[in-house]
Design a protein around this ligand. Sequence first.
Ligand code: NAD
Length: 349
Amino acid sequence: MKSILVTGGAGFIGSHLVRLLVNKYPDYRIVNMDVLTYAGNLANLTDIENKENYEFVKCDICDFEKVQKVFLDYQIESVIHLAAESHVDRSIKDPFSFAQTNVMGTLSLLQAAKFAWEGNYEGKLFYHVSTDEVYGSLGGEGFFLETTAYDPHSPYSASKASSDHFVRAFQDTFGLPTVISNCSNNYGSFQFPEKLIPLFINNICNNKALPVYGKGENVRDWLYVEDHARAIDVIFHKGKQGDTYNIGGFNEWTNIDLIKVMIKTVDRLLGREEGASEKLITYVTDRAGHDLRYAIDSTKLKNELGWEPSLQFEEGIEKTVKWYLENKEWMENITSGEYEKYYEEMYSK
Ligand code: NAD
């Protein structure tokens, strides 16, 4: 059995990836390493938790000795690394934890892989999952390419950029076989409701204010999370060692237009009058250092490895809204307690 270590598999994207790999590859053992921060939730994986080819290991990626032990115990042959602190607003409040997890945690995994594999890299791969935010901000025109120079602006993107550099340094210095992908904004089921789409769906349902940064003019490229998981699968199996692949949906939305689509969809599904919830839109002070526009060119991934997004945005949003409406208990379990306090602190000004 080929043992693959997926880090951060109890989070949003990680849980979709773990599900895909466990179901699609019964002859792989998928070892999910996650420390279960506020964003990690084993309830995201109940449908596969008893499968024979799935193992969960509670472990902090920064705990180098424990990580080394996991490499040995499970004879790890490849890593797909997603564990991270992932929310930009939190990185503005507490940059230290972002440097710790995203930079030092990645370094800990790289060192563990290097030691465990002892230069025998046949059949091994360290795949690092990263973000388009490392490229900085675009004006009205153009796209991020794999060759675009890094220009991160938030502590989150600076920490991810740094981790990308460490991964390339291990490839160049030690010959560790690596691959990196940089993806645009994801949406779909099981996303922690501090992120824009689940936050807004939840607030529209509960008639709560919809806090929109600045004038809502920032542009993001949105990709359905299962399409991201499929892209990771394709790159993991067919990507060229040492290469980088951009993943995106060619699907740009200003925040305010996106919010209006969500309002329309939720109102319709709840049987409310069309646009009834637009009154909830509340403009708040813009996020510090807020990048204006991200847009990914994923042509390389399409041309070289044949990946394309499978879902139209309207269909993806409909599926996503329905999922949150049908899984209220999942939402309620994580929006009580600590999260409630955080939410009040962030948005009560
Ligand atoms: P998430 O916040 O939902 O999940 C992160 C997971 O990592 C959680 O399960 C958490 O418990 C775990 N984790 C955090 N610190 C850890 C540590 N020290 N040790 C072990 N586990 C730890 O994040 P996500 O949105 O699923 O993002 C996953 C990855 O994809 C991240 O690396 C992120 O930078 C990248 N990414 C995310 C997006 C997006 O739109 N969400 C887009 C592009 C790239």
